[in-house]
Design a protein around this ligand. Structure first.
Ligand code: LLP
Length: 426
């Protein structure tokens, strides 16, 4: 049944055999809800970008590390990148083997490198000094190096990860120094990688940056080139967050065509027979996730209407952190369907900071206490960036499976969970 504003999830049968209210009643608020069919579809779209035999998709786990979702992603044939011991742990819990996990490190300690090596992982490092550190503890071993192609991109300055204004990668002018260090420690360059930034809606910048990385591979001496197994172009494919404004999605046909041509032509020219990876996070999981919450309060401060929920920036950090836009759906509560004229409303959480805003002066149908709100596209960098600030317990997570049935895939935290780390220390 169509609700106050529910066209998007209705069209997908997102909640399967359940209603949003029933899910909230069963599992509590706020609640992360994921849809398995959407997740599998996004994995397949990415895998279908190219039929090049070496092409693969390396899911960037930082976007969402729920092991049940990781298991589905593994079933779909993706491999994963990890960037912390915790992510390695979750990847292995989900059944990924060591050769299916790449460790894409930034500023890590020698101990952390040793841990990743003990876990059997290939490590990508991104500075001369980190090559030295890895060389000292793993001389004669394999290494990957992350380069900085000089082209950055992203939806916010905070997520642009290439170019001179970022901490990431080795600039290509230092290639000779990299090669000298590899020689010094007798290391095999098994891979090169990059990541220019997060959220592009046009493929061109990504393809240009990929060309820069391939150009760098062209400059490798033949003996080094011959050991190269992996070229990873990084992540960044975006999703349309403005669902109700009809924002166009990334043109995957064109992206796939450009990428396929690039990989095919270049490997034909160079004789490269290794793997090519892309490293998306957001595209895989963003659209399969919605946060449900109840409207607890509607109030006016002067002319400003505030709609109060329990989704503070401890639950969804993106709006407060990057001014990110998440579209919203409204499912009617006891107020029913009457009195729903559109008006500007500022949707806020329950945290004691005035920056705790989910959506500022958003034009939406009038909301009333008791309504249920759905915050769309929250599967990526939603739960994974959530916190227990103000000692609020992190949400439960639920999966709507292919039969439309809900299944709890993470229990809601309890105050006892929060207190566990103090046990025996008081
Ligand atoms: N590879 C590396 C090395 C990365 O650092 C990232 C993301 C990715 C891949 C995946 O990027 P994606 O395909 O998801 O754009 N919290 C921000 C996004 C931060 C991205 C950090 N790195 C947000 O909520 O928009």
């Amino acid at each position: 049944m169509s609700d106050v504003r529910s066209r998007y999830t209705d069209g997908l049968k997102f909640y399967g055999t359940h209603s949003p209210r029933e899910l909230l009643d069963t599992y509590g608020s706020p609640l992360y809800v994921y849809n398995e069919a959407v997740l599998r579809d996004r994995c397949r779209r990415l895998k279908n970008l190219s039929s090049h035999p070496g092409f693969g998709v390396n899911y960037s786990v930082k976007a969402n590390a729920n092991p049940t979702l990781l298991r589905i992603i593994r079933e779909e044939g993706l491999v994963v990148d990890a960037m912390s011991p915790g992510e390695i742990y979750m990847d292995k819990l989900a059944g990924f083997s060591s050769d299916q996990i790449l460790y894409i490190a930034n500023n890590i300690s020698q101990e952390e490198m040793r841990h990743a090596l003990d876990e059997g992982l290939l490590i990508s490092v991104d500075s001369l000094s980190q090559i030295e550190t890895l060389g000292r503890i793993n001389g004669g071993g394999k290494i990957m190096v992350r380069f900085n192609p000089g082209i950055g991109a992203g939806h916010h300055q905070k997520v642009v990860t290439a170019g001179k204004e970022t901490k990431f990668g080795v600039t290509p002018d230092l290639l000779d120094d990299v090669l000298a260090l590899l020689k010094k420690y007798n290391m095999t360059l098994a891979g090169i990688n990059q990541h220019i930034g997060s959220l592009f809606m046009e493929a061109d910048g990504y393809i240009e940056a990929a060309k820069v990385l391939l150009h760098l591979a062209d400059r490798l001496p033949a003996d080094v080139f011959s050991t190269l197994e992996i070229i990873d172009f990084g992540g960044g494919p975006g999703i349309p967050y403005h669902k109700y404004d009809g924002e166009a999605p990334l043109d995957m046909d064109r992206f796939g065509k450009l990428l396929h041509e690039l990989m095919t032509e270049w490997s034909a020219r160079t004789g490269y027979q290794g793997r090519f990876l892309i490293e998306p996070g957001r595209f895989v999981v963003a659209e399969c996730g919605v946060i449900l919450t109840g409207v607890n309060n509607v109030k006016y401060n002067g002319p400003n209407c505030y709609v109060g929920t329990d989704v503070g920036f401890n639950v969804l950090a993106r709006p407060a952190m990057y001014d990110s836009f998440h579209d919203m759906e409204i499912y009617a509560g006891p107020a029913g369907m009457a009195d729903r004229a559109e008006k500007e409303q500022t949707i806020v959480g329950n945290i004691c900071e005035s920056g705790d805003i989910l959506a500022k002066k958003r034009l939406l149908p009038a909301m009333h206490e008791g309504d249920v709100l759905g915050i769309l596209d929250a599967g990526a960098y939603g739960f994974s960036m959530s916190s227990s600030y103000t000692q609020r317990c992190r949400s439960a997570e639920v999966l709507i499976d292919l039969d439309g049935k809900a299944r709890l895939i993470r229990r809601r935290e309890t105050p006892e969970d929060l207190a566990r780390q103090y046990e025996g220390l008081l």
